[in-house]
Design a binder for this molecule. Structure first.
Ligand SMILES: [Zn+2]
Length: 633
């Protein structure tokens, strides 16, 4: 089966001729989204579905590609009415499948008409603020289930609020009575092709006159937010060049970076074959701290076009088979996401998005955080991948003991170790880049290629003979009390702690207002944000560190420090005073309706992770971050 995006009208038309489904699919299914009320976060949808008389099973996508979980927001699909030739058709939800519907299609001339709304929370993947929106078609679509799902073709159209402009990898857009009509595409391609739109937009051509073309599309909360400067543009132009140098080919015909710049939606990224849906702070191209927090977001999602879309684990076939209802097996997410995390950061360094100093800071923070995960004593890294569908939605409380989606950051350390090993064993002649080119590279195009663990091991072995199966077993499948720090050490650096706050930690605090006392007291404390009353709430603790040892637990709220009203600054001063010999730190803490003072014995002062050069080893970390192309960042 060909899961490659079928993007051109000609290809879609050929496919339609080939398809003879039970639904007489000579004609595509029309899906018209009216987003004129997007600022109210309501999307009106009408589908016109050619349908033969008889029973019909409909599905709303449940397992969403890239979300690795049954995240299809079915609760917010409302107002469903089905009709044919103006006469209502009764529908029923499948009692054992909340994402499934059935109806009996009556005889008639016209297509079946499905009308419904999607009402979106700000946290949804399809959502809007008063000035911008992101449409992911899987949140607004019902599709016929059947043996020929792969051949289901949709003719999408979209109506935007007055004056808004759109950006998408969908082709063939034309104006049609106030609507944008796109060329018909397969269900797979439609679900893989989000639309970004807004009142304030800007598009930058990253590869003028070249094929394939690459565009950076910004939609922001203000005109100022989308006015990207020449230095940022230069970085993203180099990102495209560096990725090509790394993989040696591309598997897309066009690539569109879609970036929503807003403080009202959670920062996030979702990968697609020919685009990525990125959400960052409103001032991500204005303020240094916001730019640093955005960091490798776009490079990560871009790497997914090779690792995740062109090639993906056998268990993650949702979106290849065009049936989004069966559960997925996400146990190889340490490759799908972990290697993407690694190369997203490596490319960010190679193209200048991150300086070498910030690249090392990032590695130090990742390594220290993973090393401090108490849950490593019971949960192997692999189980965080297997449990991704739970952990993506887990609350922050007790995340340290539960573990989170550690298959992103910790796998990055494992892949760094693999890279340094290959470089060491080959005397610097080979690297993980050779694996990346062989596994994800030429020939370009072609259908989605799935892989298994054995394929990864074999491809690495072809670059450098080594017991890669055992290498991964001990680091991925076994319980390991310490984080895999071998890559940092073999890369010429040591993980150390001192009282200097890393720039990236300061930037993260500035954006999230989550204050980091993680490696000192062992707590993360929420600061005041717009419109909430979470100031002082302890989001999580590291068991056995001083605060937890004194009796403090996640969900409690810091009220006062040594008799003064809590603020992050007051707590920092108390740490310094204790370090200077001032005795225990007295924390007045609210737990539900009880107030209690805890005496915390800790005099180590503030403590943050850093990498320190080990001159006895080759500095491979810096070599890895050097550009492959001649253009210097
Ligand atoms: Zn990812």
């Amino acid at each position: 089966m060909n899961g490659r995006s079928l993007l051109h009208a000609a290809a879609a038309a050929a496919l339609m001729v080939a398809a003879r489904t039970a639904l007489s699919a000579d004609e595509p299914i029309g899906i018209a989204v009216d987003a004129r009320e997007a600022p109210k976060r309501i999307f009106h949808v009408v589908e016109t579905m050619p349908a033969a008389e008889g029973p019909l099973a409909l599905a709303y996508p449940k397992w969403i590609p890239g979300e690795h979980s049954p995240a299809g927001p079915i609760t917010d699909l409302v107002g469903l009415k089905i009709s044919r030739d103006g006469r209502p058709v009764a529908w029923k939800r499948v009692p054992t499948d909340m994402w499934g519907f059935t109806c009996e299609v009556p005889a008639g001339r016209g297509p079946l008409e499905l009308a419904y709304d999607y009402v979106a929370p700000l946290t949804s993947q399809t959502t809007a603020t008063p000035r911008l929106m992101i449409l992911n078609w899987w949140s607004v679509i019902l599709y016929p289930r059947g043996p020929n799902d792969d051949a289901t073709v949709f003719a999408p159209s979209l109506q935007l609020p007055q004056g808004w402009k759109d950006a998408t990898s969908l082709r063939g857009a034309r104006e049609e009575g106030g609507r944008i009509a796109f060329a018909p595409v397969s269900l797979v391609t439609l679900i893989d092709s989000p639309v970004l739109a807004g009142a304030h937009t800007n598009t930058v051509d990253l590869t003028p006159g070249q094929k394939p073309g690459h565009w950076l599309h910004l939609a922001g909360e203000s005109a100022a937010s989308v006015a990207i400067g020449p230095e940022d543009v230069a970085h993203y132009k180099r990102l495209v060049a560096e990725a090509f140098a790394l993989f040696g080919t591309r598997h897309y015909d066009e690539y569109h970076f879609l970036v929503a710049l807003t403080d009202h939606l959670p920062s996030n990224g979702l990968e697609h074959h020919e685009s990525s849906d990125n959400r960052a702070a409103e001032r991500a191209f204005i303020d240094e701290y916001a730019r640093e927090v955005m960091g490798s977001l776009l490079s990560h999602e871009y790497v997914h076009s090779w690792n995740g879309k062109y090639r993906r684990p056998e268990g993650l076939v949702s979106g290849v088979s065009a049936d989004y209802q069966p559960p997925v097996d996400s146990s190889l997410l340490w490759v799908y996401e972990g290697l993407t995390e690694y190369y997203g950061d490596v490319l960010a360094a190679r193209c200048g998005i991150r300086t070498p100093e910030l690249d090392r800071e990032n590695l130090a923070i990742v390594a220290a955080q993973m090393d401090a995960q108490a849950g490593r004593s019971w949960r192997p890294l692999e189980d965080t991948a297997v449990s991704a569908q739970l952990l993506y939605w887990a609350r922050p409380e007790w995340a340290n003991w539960r573990r989170g989606v550690d298959f992103y950051p910790e796998s990055e350390l494992v892949w760094l170790e693999a890279d340094t090993l290959i470089r060491e064993k080959s005397g610097g002649k080979k690297s993980l880049d050779d694996f990346a080119k062989a596994f994800y590279g030429p020939p370009g195009g072609g259908p989605v290629k799935t892989y298994r663990f054995e394929d990864v091991v074999a491809a690495l072995g072809a670059v450098t003979p080594y017991d890669w199966a055992a290498f991964f077993r001990t680091r991925i499948s076994d319980v390991a009390l310490r984080a895999p720090l071998g890559g940092i050490e073999n890369g010429g650096w040591k993980l150390v702690y001192n009282d200097v706050q890393p720039e990236l930690t300061r930037a993260a605090e500035e954006e999230s207002r989550l204050y980091d006392f993680w490696f000192s007291l062992g707590i993360a404390v929420q600061g005041e944000r717009d419109g909430d009353s979470d100031d002082g709430v302890i989001r999580d603790v590291v068991p056995d560190r001083p605060a937890a040892a004194a009796g403090i637990a996640p969900g409690m709220r810091l009220v006062a420090v040594n008799g003064r009203r809590y603020s992050a600054r007051i707590l920092r001063e108390a740490l310094a005073a204790a370090h200077a010999g001032g005795g225990p730190i007295e924390l007045l803490v609210e737990n539900v309706d009880e107030f209690r003072t805890y005496s915390v014995r800790y005099d180590g002062g503030e403590r943050f992770p850093h990498l320190e050069r080990n001159p006895s080893k080759t500095d491979r970390v810096s070599v890895i971050g050097r550009p492959l192309t001649s253009e210097k960042p």
